[in-house]
Design a protein around this ligand. Structure first.
Ligand SMILES: [Zn+2]
Length: 208
């Protein structure tokens, strides 16, 4: 009774009863139905902050609100953004850019933060009011914050659905099976079979 169970005997994975015995949780019906939507990474998006449009954004030049062109980089490609600061009831920055083949305009509100060094403007997300960086997803038309875009950083992608998660799951299964083999062996050496050990052996015999 050297080897009770060989992994090679189960090329299509373990039978359900055995998984149950081993305490391997089955994927629930609920989970199986959920579509797996791949997360979009921050690194896949263009990102802008107030700093993207140069310094002293709120300072008029010769009485005119600041305007110009900014170039935003994402990996190996760049996006040209023309901008125009607007003073009204509330300051905003209007940006013009190309996305998905369209020439688009987005008016982004500016929120003022007061620091010891003066007033600092921030870009405001039009969907939630969050102030800070805004991102343009690969298939999106408009810019929004990280939260509203559901963006994740590369390192956070470490779930079951990833390759690493899948390998960990496989390893766990393999490990469990070997632990069980060991346990059964020990029982065998002691010369006595517990009910569980007998069940495992009977099961393995049936499968073969
Ligand atoms: Zn937002």
């Amino acid at each position: 009774m050297d080897s009770v169970i060989n992994l090679e005997d189960f090329p299509h994975g373990l039978p359900e009863e055995m998984e149950e015995y081993l305490g391997i949780e089955q994927d629930s019906e609920e989970n199986k139905k959920k579509p797996i939507t791949p997360k979009v990474l921050v690194e896949d998006c263009f990102a802008i902050s107030v700093g993207s449009f140069g310094r002293y954004l709120l300072k008029p030049i010769m009485g005119q609100a600041k305007q110009g062109t900014a170039y935003i980089w994402r990996r190996f490609d760049e996006k040209k953004i023309e901008f125009q600061v607007k003073f009204g009831d509330k300051p905003s920055i209007e940006i013009r850019y190309k996305a998905r083949g369209h020439h688009l305009t987005q008016d982004i509100k500016l929120s003022l933060g007061f620091t010891p060094f003066g007033v600092r403007p921030y870009l405001v997300c039009w969907l939630c009011g969050h102030r800070g960086k805004l991102y343009l997803k690969p298939n999106a038309h408009y810019w929004a914050c990280r939260g509203c875009n559901g963006l994740t950083y590369d390192l956070q992608t470490y779930k079951k659905t990833t390759v690493i998660g899948f390998l960990r799951y496989k390893l766990y299964r393999f490990f469990k099976l070997n632990l069980m083999k060991l346990a059964v062996k020990r029982i065998d050496y002691a010369g006595k079979y517990t009910r569980k050990a007998r069940a495992v052996m009977a099961f393995a015999k049936n499968v073969r």
